[in-house]
Design a protein around this ligand. Structure first.
Ligand code: NOJ
Length: 561
């Protein structure tokens, strides 16, 4: 953790982060599962792309009920992924290339196979109260739901009590009220930081504090109980403790994953004086979903107005003291080009979305495969799915009278499943997209013959090459990192345009977020001349701010005089 954020410069503000979901990144030993050896093989690839930080989703020992977000041992690497020596090789290889390494910190819960839980269910001290246990005479102790659906409580035969799990029953929640739990977590964090990790992405970190008495949740909430355990009463205290006891001693980057946070919350948790550096909020992930209790995946089209309003609120709200973590997809979300772009304009819209993300104030997070415009996947059957959340969703929906078979909910699954993001990275047009010589653990998107890294790197006008240039532009022009954001033409139905301004420079970003041509003349909104520094169409260098016609998904960045 560096000094207060403010408008001060920091390496983690200037960085572009690349997220690796190792299971699907690259398989080095032919067992069909990506591994650390596979990451190692691609270090030069990451370096060539120009990213500064890798965020590695969990590689710890785990029974994989939630693909690694259920940790059995915080200090061991899962066999399938390799050994600690493999991890060290990756870390050193990244560091040699000046790329930092951020690990996933999953401390709201562990696996039920973690030694602490094994001991806790047998009431072996000091672990007896390491988890949240309650008696329940006539069923679960309160009405809270799990985030994956169904009750958040499971009865444990061994202990004869219910335990709380806000996710899968195999992910029991740790009891943060217990100082012993906190002490063990801090020691584990220091253990990794002493092994030269450069920070943590902190899984559902705003779920840590549960209110005294675990009161029932209000039935109006989509996930019953969520208003009780999101941003709970002692959360700030715990985050500060994490900061004071651990982070303050290291130059680490911290990003708290925080479903349900508002701008105001984010300022408290990650302001210039806050305990963390940034938060992942979810407001733009809700723009296309009605999320009712009956159907949490009730998707509809998102509206540009809402996108502008949401991003503008966060851009303005976190200025100047706080910092945005910018993302449009990750391992939990569908592919961004399929959701916020258009597969019929795949190349154009992928480049536009990249331009958007990298020219807002904040740190951009690129999710593996995004840099070649990987898309959602045509899953044909429930057997092709692996993600616990999706499988639970399908099971729950099939229990409804109005849902007869998978086809009835296929659209929602094809749009929303986390498996869309988790199919193997498409490296080449070879069998299994060059990801593995074995049988891939999850289907490869059949479009790999057209969409793959080998092809993208060979083509000068590819999405990959565009990312490369975009990252260069951001490095060359601090205004794109630090500049203040100002929305232009708020009511334009197709164009999203904004200015970025600091003491030395001013940039203008114009994005036609639509499949139709759009009319918009920047000169109507700003004076002076502009130099075009990036465009996703072949635009003459002489393009001026008077230009008034924008192609579908056209994106341009100008530096203003
Ligand atoms: C958020 C993680 O990103 C997701 O993959 C996981 O299922 C939940 N937290 C629970 O750990």
């Amino acid at each position: 953790m560096t000094q207060p954020n403010g408008d001060a410069r920091s390496w983690w503000k200037e960085a572009v982060v690349y997220q690796i979901y190792p299971r699907s990144f690259n398989d080095s030993d032919g067992d069909g599962v990506g591994d650390l050896g596979g990451v190692y093989e691609k270090l030069d690839y990451l370096d060539d792309l120009g990213i500064d930080v890798v965020w590695l989703t969990p590689v710890y020992d785990s029974p994989l009920a939630d693909y690694g977000y259920d940790i059995r041992n915080y200090r061991e690497i899962l066999d399938e992924f390799g050994t600690m020596a493999d991890w060290e090789r990756v870390r050193d290889g990244l560091h040699e290339r000046d790329i930092r390494l951020v690990m996933d910190l999953v401390v709201n819960h562990t696996s039920d196979e973690h030694e602490w839980f094994e001991k806790s269910r047998r009431e072996v001290d000091p672990y007896t109260d390491y988890y949240i246990w309650r008696e329940g005479d006539d069923g679960p102790p309160n009405n809270w739901d799990s985030m994956f659906g169904g009750p958040a409580w499971t009865y444990d035969e061994v202990r004869g009590e219910y335990y709380l799990h806000l996710f899968d029953p195999k992910q029991p929640d740790l009891n943060w009220e217990n100082p012993g739990v906190r002490e063990d977590i801090y020691e584990m964090m220091r253990w990794w930081l002493d092994r030269e990790v450069d920070g943590f992405r902190m899984d559902v970190i705003n779920f840590l504090s549960k209110p005294d008495g675990l009161p029932d949740g209000h039935p109006s909430q989509v996930v019953t109980g969520s208003e009780q355990f999101i941003n709970g009463p002692r959360l700030e205290e715990y985050l500060w403790e994490i900061h004071d006891r651990v982070l303050s001693e290291y130059d680490a980057m911290t990003i708290g994953e925080m479903p349900g946070v508002s701008v105001e919350d984010a300022r408290a948790y990650a302001g210039s004086d806050g305990p963390l550096d940034m938060v992942f909020h979810f407001e733009h992930m809700r723009l296309d979903s009605k999320e009712t209790e009956e159907d949490p995946w009730d998707f509809h089209d998102w509206e540009l107005d809402d996108l502008k309003a949401t991003f503008t609120r966060w851009q303005e709200g976190l200025y100047p003291e706080s910092w945005n973590a910018l993302y449009l997809n990750n391992h939990d979300q569908p592919r961004q080009v399929s959701r916020f772009g258009d597969e019929n304009y795949r190349e154009e819209s992928a480049k536009l979305l990249a331009t958007f993300l990298h020219t807002l104030r904040g740190t951009p997070f690129v999710y593996q495969g995004e840099e070649i415009g990987m898309t959602n996947v045509p899953f044909e059957d429930v057997d092709e799915l692996e993600d616990v959340e999706t499988i639970r969703y399908v099971e729950r929906m099939l229990e409804r009278d109005d849902v007869e078979n998978f086809e009835d909910i296929q659209d929602a699954v094809l749009y929303g499943s986390r498996d869309n993001a988790r199919t193997p990275v498409q490296w080449s047009a070879e069998e299994n997209a060059g990801f593995t010589t074995g049988d891939p653990w999850l289907k490869v998107n059949p479009n790999y013959t057209d969409i793959n890294v080998e092809d993208a790197r060979a083509r000068p006008d590819s999405i990959w090459q565009y990312y490369r240039r975009l990252i260069d532009r951001r490095n060359e022009h601090p205004v794109l990192v630090y500049g203040q954001y100002e929305l232009l033409a708020a009511d334009h139905p197709q164009i999203y345009a904004y200015l970025r301004t600091n003491e030395d420079e001013q940039a203008l970003v114009v994005l036609n977020f639509s499949t139709e041509r759009a009319e918009f003349s920047p000169a109507d909104h700003i004076d002076g001349e502009g130099e075009l520094i990036l465009a996703n169409y072949d635009v003459p260098q002489s393009a001026t701010l008077e230009d008034g016609l924008w192609q579908p998904y056209e994106a341009r960045v100008y530096l203003l005089d």
